[in-house]
Ligand binder design. Structure first.
Ligand SMILES: [Cu+2]
Length: 113
């Protein structure tokens, strides 16, 4: 049993750097009175990314968002509360994100191949 635990411990230790190398990026996007900041985010195809949206103003209609190409719809953004969504764009190209109500904001995920 003790040997098993040591083996597990070693496996775990050596596994850690591999995890750290995996692409898993965090991108912060604020929703301000001027819209999304940043409005454009550059990603790579297949890259796993955590998008964290924080709405910091009430002076906008962007209180919920859609990212249609990622099947994100009606994601509510409470004031000053970070809301995260994990995506891994499957194709190169441009994916848009915008307010759920009117399709405004003109956010763009620019995905390179
Ligand atoms: Cu709107």
């Amino acid at each position: 049993m003790k040997e098993l635990l040591i083996t597990l411990a070693l496996t775990f230790t050596f596994a850690l750097p591999a995890w750290a190398d995996e692409p898993f990026r965090r991108v912060e996007i604020k929703v301000t009175a001027d819209g999304f900041d940043p409005q454009e985010v550059k990603l790579k195809k297949g890259e796993r990314v955590i998008l964290t949206f924080t709405r910091v103003t009430d002076d906008t209609c962007i209180t919920a968002i859609d990212i249609p190409a990622e099947n994100v719809s009606g994601l509510e953004l409470p004031l000053n509360k970070p809301v995260s969504v994990t995506i891994a764009p499957a194709k190169a190209g441009v994916e848009e994100f915008h307010c759920s109500a009117m399709g405004m904001g003109g956010g763009r995920l620019i995905i390179s191949g």
